[in-house]
Design a protein around this ligand. Structure first.
Ligand SMILES: Nc1nc2c(ncn2[C@@H]2O[C@H](COP(=O)(O)OP(=O)(O)OP(=O)(O)O)[C@@H](O)[C@H]2O)c(=O)[nH]1
Ligand SMILES: [Mg+2]
Ligand SMILES: [Zn+2]
Length: 245
């Protein structure tokens, strides 16, 4: 930008961006770290799946971070993450309180630009504080509703790992699905995309078409039911959005 008069400026050039997240706006990010919790708050799996679709759509690699491990019973974290790991997603379990998993998370942040996303109150700012003691980002209480209070209100880019930059973002509780044609949604669902070539119809959306390999996999629980059901929810949304245009 060039200043043309006090308080005025002219845009001279617009540089191309590698990737752009619509909300939050972080240009040139490589990786999305999607923070979720099972308890205090119980974050929504539909939100997590939505964020995964959005990350893949934006060309970002995705890392799932299940935080507040200190509030979980043995085995709970692994059960929660199993369907995601089977689908090929990387996942870490952390606690910003005890420090569990923080070294592993730091390793995943090296050499890339990451953006933290997830519902308010899941501990995004707390994790960054744990990654870099002395950072002292503001963190919030869970309000009387047991959900977060949107403590982080602006975006900051922080160095928390070797050559690793991270953007702390205000909590995402409602993320609009990018405009994906219903027929393309399964392409953003790795475990569905893998089975889809074996469906009878090339245009199969894996709901009730005959000869659907995905439905067959759901019946035998080869495919996680929750993930499949949430795919159907987002498929419905994509169809409704499609009809509006
Ligand atoms: N028990 C437990 N509490 C945690 C952990 N991480 C964060 N908290 C608490 O959860 C609350 C919310 O943490 P924040 O770091 O502010 O959450 P956030 O995701 O940044 O929230 P927004 O900025 O509102 O999006 C605070 O009271 C933290 O102390 C954890 O690993 N275990
Ligand atoms: Mg925050
Ligand atoms: Zn199918």
């Amino acid at each position: 930008m060039r200043v043309t008069a006090p308080g005025e400026g002219a845009i001279e050039d617009i540089l191309p961006r590698k990737t752009g997240l619509e909300r939050p706006p972080v240009a040139n990010a490589d990786q999305a770290v999607l923070v979720a919790t099972i308890r205090d708050p119980e974050s929504s799996l539909l939100t997590l799946d939505r964020l995964l679709v959005q990350a893949i759509y934006q060309g970002l690699s995705a890392l799932i971070c299940l935080n507040k491990a200190d509030l979980l019973a043995a085995g709970e974290a692994d059960d929660y993450l199993a369907p995601y790991r089977r689908a090929g997603f990387r996942a870490v379990t952390t606690s910003a309180v005890t420090g569990q998993g923080v070294a592993e998370l730091r390793q995943e942040l090296e050499d890339v630009i990451s953006v933290f996303a997830g519902e308010s109150g899941v501990g995004k700012s707390s994790l960054l504080n744990a990654l870099r003691p002395g950072l002292a980002l503001r963190t919030g209480d869970l309000g009387s509703t047991g959900r977060g209070r949107h403590t982080t209100r602006h975006l900051e880019l922080l160095e928390v790992a070797a050559r690793g930059l991270v953007a702390d973002t205000p909590g995402l509780s409602l993320v609009d699905l990018p405009a994906i044609a219903p027929g393309k949604l399964a392409a953003y669902w790795p475990e569905l995309a893998e089975l889809a070539p074996d469906c009878r119809f090339r245009t199969c959306v894996h709901r009730q078409e005959p000869g659907c390999r995905v439905r067959a996999a759901r019946a035998t629980e080869e495919l996680d039911r929750g993930r499949y059901d949430r795919y159907l929810s987002l498929l419905r949304e994509a169809e409704l959005a499609d009809r509006r245009y």
